[in-house]
Structure formats: C-alpha cells, structure tokens
Design a protein around this ligand. Structure first.
Ligand SMILES: Cc1cc2nc3c(=O)[nH]c(=O)nc-3n(C[C@H](O)[C@H](O)[C@H](O)COP(=O)(O)O)c2cc1C
Length: 335
C-alpha cells in the first residue's frame, strides 16, 4: 500500500507546480481541491475577464496549462497521472481531475520538462537575432500534437505581416475601448505592489520594443513609466523571433483545455533549450479578427494563441498567489 504521507507529498508538489502555469494577465483563474490521491482543478469564474474573454476561452487555456503542470509533476514524481477532463454543464467550474495511478519511472523528457516549470517566463519585447531553426519548431509541433493541438511556425513573410497587422488593429481597437482599458488596468500592478496576481511592473520593459514587423504589447503601463529599465547604451533588439500559431480542430471547452496543455508543453520544451515566448492574444479577443485569422491564415483551424519565440537575456518578473488562496478544502468545495 502506498504510504499516505507519500501520496500527500506528491499531491502537494503537484499543486505547487500547477500555479506556475501562465495565465491571461496572470489572473490565475483556478482553484484546486485535494481528496486523497486525486486533485480536482476548478475554474474561479470571478477571475475571468468579462470583456476580453466573455466565453472563458483564455481562462480555460490558462487552466489547461495548470492541468499540464499537475500531470507533469505527478509523472516526474514517479506516478502515472490519470487525467479526466470534465467540462460538464451541471458542474461548470469543475474542469479536470488528476488521480495518481500506478508507479512509473519518469523518462528523460518528463524530467526535462518538469525542471522548466519554475524557469519558464513570458517575454514582452523583441528577441535577439539568434535564429530558431526549423527542426526546433518541428519538435515543438510534435509536442503540441501529442496533446491534440497544432503548433505551426509561420515562416512566410506575408503571413507574419498579416498576423502583425491584425495584432496592431486589435491593440488599437482595444486601447480605444474603455472597458478593455479598465480590464488591463485592473490586472496591471504598480511598482512595489505586494499582490500575488496580475502583471507586475518588472514584467515588461519601460520603453516598449518595436519589432519589425511590429507586434505591439499590451499596454500595462499606460504612460506611468512602469516597467524595467535598460541601460541607455544598449542597442535595442528588433527581431520578433519566430511567429507561431497554436490551433485546434474544434473550439469547445475541452479543446481550450487541450490547447492550454499543449501550450504549456511547448513552452516548457522551448524553455529547456533557452527559448522564450511572447504572447499576442489581442486579435483573438475580437470575434471578426479571430474569424479572419481562422479563415485566411490557419486553414479553418481555430486559433487559440498567437505567439513569438526567440532568445533573450532578459528575465521578466512574475508572481503567484500563496497556495493557501488556491487550495480549497472539503468545506469550501462547491461546483
Ligand atoms: C491564454 C493566455 C493569454 C495571454 N495573453 C497575453 C498577451 O496578450 N500579452 C502578454 O504579454 N502576455 C499574455 N499572456 C501571458 C501572461 O500575461 C503570463 O502568463 C502571466 O502574466 C504570468 O507570467 P509568466 O508567464 O511569466 O509566469 C497570456 C497567457 C495566457 C495563458
């Protein structure tokens, strides 16, 4: 019989790993309920973005990424993770359960990806000129495919221009819309903030980079001179890196959870080779632009994430809420 303490230790480590998943605006829209050898992953709908993400697509991608971390930690600690994705109209907040199965020795890939969980960071700027080779993005595509999603590096210049163009259009439209602006402001943290969620002021450069073609960042600072400082003498990078799109064949809740798992697997694999990712989901938050991307650029597949990948020496800041805030005990549980 498995010792209760050992099971508790694995489950605790898995939840600790889960929270290091990326989430839109670092909303961390999740909670975890632990019962014996099973972790239930739930949505925290209060943390959904009502204007940017009314359907909860980005919330579920974020939660999918957290589910992947749970799976990976369980596997790295020597147990088979038995995963059940459960989007269910009767239990709208319960999204997945992960149970500890039999003992299995972790393989090298599992160990490698697991080690990257605390190292992975979102980048918000240009990349150095280091070229990301085709066989590397092919390897990322294999990782995504294992999770039921498609990762496609965009190597055609006109298509990169088109994706940059829709991103700029979306950023402009969102910056003119008060509701969107307030939503970004709500999750942007001032320097010195002690909160454990939202995008901290050391997560992006004070002066936004201009990539060529230009992929604008979200405007977390809004002229308040937040952001990290770079020495004035430094030549600013301009490369967007490799642009890539993550897509799924269908577009339901389970697909979003799968996209999130695929995303996190791709990000951890990239991180293991020193490659970081920058995200641009602005265009996917506007119905007609997302449809345009789907019809014209992703061959009818549903775009779940537009990103850029590359090499940077900069390490953006990030933070998380304490575990006590995200682990619900039996009493607090509700579906
Ligand atoms: C679904 C989703 C959408 C995101 N969209 C953006 C985005 O448009 N711009 C951006 O800078 N970061 C975006 N991010 C990254 C989050 O802001 C980031 O994961 C969060 O702040 C935590 O930081 P970390 O990834 O460095 O741990 C997105 C992440 C997810 C999961």
């Amino acid at each position: 019989m498995r010792a209760v303490e050992e099971i508790n230790g694995v489950v605790q480590t898995a939840v600790e790993a889960a929270v290091w998943a990326p989430s839109v605006h670092n909303t961390q829209p999740w909670s975890f309920a632990v019962s014996g050898d099973t972790i239930s992953v739930r949505a925290d709908p209060e943390r959904r973005l009502p204007h940017q993400d009314p359907a909860g697509r980005e919330m579920l991608i974020s939660i999918g990424a957290a589910v992947y971390n749970v799976r990976l930690a369980v596997a790295a600690l020597g147990y088979e993770p038995i995963v059940h994705l459960v989007p269910d109209a009767d239990h709208p907040t319960l999204l997945a359960t992960v149970r500890l199965g039999g003992r299995v020795d972790p393989d090298d890939l599992t160990r490698m990806l697991h080690a990257e969980i605390p190292r992975r960071r979102t980048h918000r700027g240009a990349f150095s000129d280091v070229v990301i080779p085709r066989n590397f993005t092919d390897a990322l595509a294999v990782q995504a495919a294992q999770e039921g999603a498609r990762f496609a590096a965009v190597r055609s210049e006109p298509m990169v221009e088109a994706l940059a163009g829709v991103t700029r259009a979306a950023q402009e439209v969102q910056s003119l819309n008060r509701d969107y602006r307030l939503e970004v402001m709500r999750w942007a943290r001032p320097p010195g903030s002690t909160r454990g969620d939202g995008v901290p002021a050391d997560a992006y450069p004070r002066r936004p980079d201009r990539t060529e073609p230009h992929f604008p960042q979200r405007d977390y600072s809004r002229d308040r001179l937040w952001g990290y400082h770079r020495p004035a003498t430094r030549t600013l990078p301009t490369s967007p890196g490799v642009v890539a799109v993550l897509t799924t064949a269908e577009d339901g809740q389970e697909d979003w959870l799968r996209a999130g798992q695929a995303l996190q697997r791709v990000l951890l694999f990239a991180s293991a080779y020193g490659v970081r990712a920058a995200f641009h989901t602005q265009a996917l938050e506007i119905y007609h632009l997302r449809e345009f991307v789907r019809e014209e650029l992703t061959q009818g597949e549903h775009p779940q994430m537009i990103m850029r990948l590359g090499v940077t020496e900069e390490d953006a800041g990030t933070l998380r809420r304490p575990l006590a805030e995200v682990v619900v005990t039996g009493q607090d549980e509700q579906d």
